[in-house]
Design a protein around this ligand. Structure first.
Ligand SMILES: CC(C)(COP(=O)(O)OP(=O)(O)OC[C@H]1O[C@@H](n2cnc3c(N)ncnc32)[C@H](O)[C@@H]1OP(=O)(O)O)[C@@H](O)C(=O)NCCC(=O)NCCS
Length: 184
């Protein structure tokens, strides 16, 4: 299995894997109308095409490829300086528990460290125990849980926010001091 940046030819696979995953993952959490609306808005091919072909430094799709096909995708982004987030992570269900999700997060983390990010977080919609176990196995910890309105589907949603530091406390302090020094 390899993990790489997405290219134009992956747009269809990203849309397919994410759409299939949303339909299964959120079926007991959101109405089917909201799921389909969310899929239409979030995984429009044109949007994914722009994200893939005109990537922003902090944001981009990663692809996991095995047996010559796309088997998992992830979208990384950032919240602020030093704070990155995982916007999407969806694995083809026939490839669950083969380390693909972990490999995608490892690559997102490597890229985040290049930009001296020190905090990584993710929202688990509906508090899925599978997703929480997955992130906890990677060292993420509970940050908070809240009820809110899903920003895409506009339906009430329960969200569990998890996070982990990417560097030790002393390294975080050094990174922040360096940044203050450069931006005084
Ligand atoms: C959550 C998800 C991304 C995990 O991907 P994956 O490739 O199957 O996970 P990995 O094989 O890398 O698992 C790494 C570790 O996470 C934990 N884990 C993964 N799936 C788990 C499950 N169903 N139950 C308990 N622990 C689990 C395990 O500790 C696992 O290590 P192990 O297999 O050596 O025991 C995948 O199940 C998925 O796409 N789910 C649907 C979409 C989703 O929930 N995405 C996250 C939204 S924020």
């Amino acid at each position: 299995m390899i993990v790489r940046q997405a290219i134009e030819a992956d747009v269809g696979a990203i849309a397919r894997i994410c759409s299939e995953s949303w339909r299964v993952t959120y079926k007991n959490i959101m109405s089917s109308r909201a799921i389909e609306q969310g899929i239409r808005r979030r995984f429009k091919r044109k949007t994914i095409y722009q994200q893939v072909c005109s990537p922003v430094e902090w944001k981009g799709w990663l692809i996991a490829e095995a047996e010559g096909k796309v088997v998992g995708v992830g979208l990384r982004s950032r919240i602020s300086n030093f704070h990155v987030t995982i916007e999407e992570l969806n694995i083809d269900s026939t490839f669950f528990r083969q380390g693909i999700g972990r490999s995608l997060i490892e690559e997102m983390t490597r890229l985040a460290r290049v930009h001296e990010a020190i905090l990584q977080s993710v929202s688990v919609i509906g508090g899925s125990s599978t997703a929480i176990s997955f992130y906890e196995s990677l060292g993420f910890e509970f940050a908070y849980a809240s009820h809110g309105i899903h920003k895409i589907t506009r339906e009430p949603t329960f969200v569990v926010r998890l996070r982990r530091y990417l560097e030790s406390e002393s390294e975080r302090r050094l990174i922040l001091e360096r940044w203050h020094g450069q931006n005084r």
